[in-house]
Design a protein around this ligand. Structure first.
Ligand code: FMN
Length: 188
């Protein structure tokens, strides 16, 4: 199910994917999915992850070139999926938002996130998959906490990319759920 996120919500303007009837309110995470892509592979990977887990969590998609500082600072859990362009840069349309975050220095200490980076190790071995690493470094620099390993996807590798992403996402979401359970215990 796809729904518009209401205004006033940090994910406003993003498109949410969810199955409300199946979501258990307590364990459900609201995940802001931030996508940086040129030809759609990163978006496809993010959609595969959301489709596989939308019965347990709520996913709100946001293209990074249209993201706002308020969305980023207001989110509690995010998944960043970015490809690489130029000479190891983030996709060109997302460079202004990348620079805005770097220059505005928002406090992202309330944000936990997972990150997926895409590249091509045969054609661009020297700058392989640097785009997602740049987002990862920027978020960490601003105080956000990455949960789990960075997932690196190589376009030149014949391995099934969705399969890799789904295996990684299963582990990542278990870590997120564990953190949320611990936070609930502490607050009780
Ligand atoms: C013009 C161009 C430049 C690229 N530069 C890099 C690069 O510097 N490093 C890298 O690892 N991959 C690079 N790539 C490969 C893409 O990141 C890779 O194909 C990725 O899967 C594309 O994802 P997307 O469909 O989400 O944009 C480049 C691709 C193109 C077409």
């Amino acid at each position: 199910m796809v729904v518009e996120v209401a205004s006033g919500d940090p994910t406003a303007g993003a498109i949410a994917v969810r199955k409300p009837a199946l979501i258990e309110a307590k364990s459900m995470a609201k995940i802001l999915v931030l996508v940086a892509t040129m030809t759609g592979t990163a978006e496809m990977i993010a959609e595969d992850i959301a489709a596989a887990h939308c019965d347990r969590h709520e996913f709100a998609f946001q293209a990074l070139e249209k993201a706002t500082l308020e969305q980023l600072a207001g989110a509690r859990t995010a998944l960043v999926v970015s490809s690489t362009y130029g000479e190891g840069e983030v996709p060109e349309p997302t460079i202004p938002f990348f620079n805005l975050v770097r220059e505005s220095r928002p406090d992202l200490s309330g944000l936990v996130y997972g990150a997926v980076t895409l590249g091509d190790n045969v054609t661009y071995p020297k700058t392989f998959a640097n785009g997602g690493r740049l987002w990862d470094g920027l978020l960490t620099e601003r105080g956000a906490t990455r949960v789990g390993d960075l997932l690196v996807i190589d376009a030149s590798d014949p391995a099934d990319k969705s399969e890799l992403a789904l295996r990684w996402a299963g582990n990542w979401l278990r870590l997120i759920e564990g953190q949320r359970a611990t936070a609930r215990e502490v607050s009780q």
